[in-house]
Design a protein around this ligand. Structure first.
Ligand code: PMP
Length: 353
């Protein structure tokens, strides 16, 4: 076995994505997808793009999409990079900015793809412990070979203010600080406002969450033009066309429909803020979330029992059998009806405990 595998990957443990069940209708609260469909303008744009010329390659530069992103953040096209989901953008950042000779830092409880990317590209990394309440202290990240930090963090949902991000940038002047803003639109301040002021800042965002386009695979990075040129260099040494015609057209339409984006994100935030007190009334400890998910535990009921009990009741959530977080569940904020079903099921599972 593995005879023909490159020695580089023989011992690698890849990232495991959340389950995507085929067939059986679950209430899906396990992968932080948006419970609402994308803007109707996205579907129309994708339809038109499909009726157009799929015979031809797409724009390798994703110019119209990058212009739309740049316009939204007051930047130039040269300060925007687009990729096939933010996972791909993050992977390209790891290749483009980090040096195998210098250790990169990220929290011990964070997005579990980071150590996988670091392993794949032969980088050394150190996991910096969050404090007892799962908070990041930016003073723990001084003088590194690079920092990777989601804001809000995942799976905790806790956000840092921009002053902390600035402190991080200033205490790592010789390294890239990569801020993964997959969930920023649900209540955190975006470091996009700092692009142009810090030459070592890279902000990564996705259309998978707040724009309901997990199925289209579009993410982007914002940074100084010199850093974006590095990302283009890696991309063009790997795949000239990561974004197909449908993805470029759909993503552009999603960015243009600002009203729809605002309505759906506000609804998710409202739902989140009403469900937290209901869960606390059931005895759950729930971290204050700035994201579209909750991180919670029940002192009397093991998380695995809740995970399995919810599944039997047709509800999928996420659980990790990992140090520090094995008592917790991560639950995506769905529609109000889905949250009602969740609370009902959790009330049954914790009754008398
Ligand atoms: N960053 C974080 C923190 C995430 O949770 C996710 C989604 N699993 C991603 C990035 C990647 O999202 P996508 O590739 O869909 O843009």
């Amino acid at each position: 076995m593995k005879e023909f595998w490159s020695p580089r990957i023989r011992d690698m443990i890849p990232y495991t994505p959340g389950e995507q069940p085929q067939g059986q209708p679950f209430i899906k609260l396990n992968t932080n997808e948006n419970p609402y469909p994308p803007s109707p303008r996205v579907l129309e744009a994708v339809r038109q793009a499909a009726a157009g010329s799929l015979r031809l390659y797409p724009d390798p530069e994703s110019a119209a999409l990058r212009d739309a992103v740049a316009g939204r953040y007051g930047l130039k096209r040269e300060q925007v990079f687009a990729g096939n989901g933010s996972d791909e953008v993050l992977a390209i950042c790891f290749q483009a900015f980090f040096d195998p000779e210098r250790t990169i830092l990220f929290p011990d409880v964070t997005y579990s793809f980071y150590p996988v990317f670091a392993g794949l590209y032969g980088l050394s990394w150190r996991e910096v412990p969050l404090d007892e309440q799962f908070r990041v202290h930016v003073s723990d990240y001084r003088g590194s070979g690079g920092v990777v930090l989601p804001n809000p963090n995942a799976p905790t949902g806790l956000a840092l203010p921009l002053e902390d991000i600035q402190a991080l940038l200033e205490s790592n002047p010789r390294s890239v600080v990569l801020i993964d803003e997959a969930y920023v639109d649900f209540g955190a301040a975006s470091a996009a406002a700092l692009v142009g002021r810090y030459p070592n800042l890279v902000v990564v965002q996705t259309l998978s969450k707040s724009r309901s386009l997990a199925g289209l695979r579009v993410g982007f990075a914002l940074a100084d033009a010199d850093l974006i040129a590095a990302l283009e260099c890696v991309k063009n040494s790997f795949n000239s066309y990561p974004l197909d015609r449908l993805a470029q057209a759909g993503a552009l339409a999603a960015l243009e429909d600002r009203d729809y984006f605002q309505q759906t994100t506000e609804q998710i935030i409202r739902t989140r803020d009403t469900v937290i007190p209901r869960l606390r009334a059931l005895g759950f400890q729930c971290l204050p979330s700035s994201a579209n998910f909750l991180f919670l535990r029940h002192p009397g009921t093991p998380a695995k029992v809740l995970l399995d009990g919810l599944r039997e009741r047709g509800i999928l959530v996420r659980w990790w059998d990992k140090p520090r977080i094995s008592d917790y569940l991560r639950v995506t904020v769905g529609t109000r009806e889905e949250m009602r079903a969740l609370c009902q099921a959790l009330a049954e599972l914790t009754a008398g405990r």
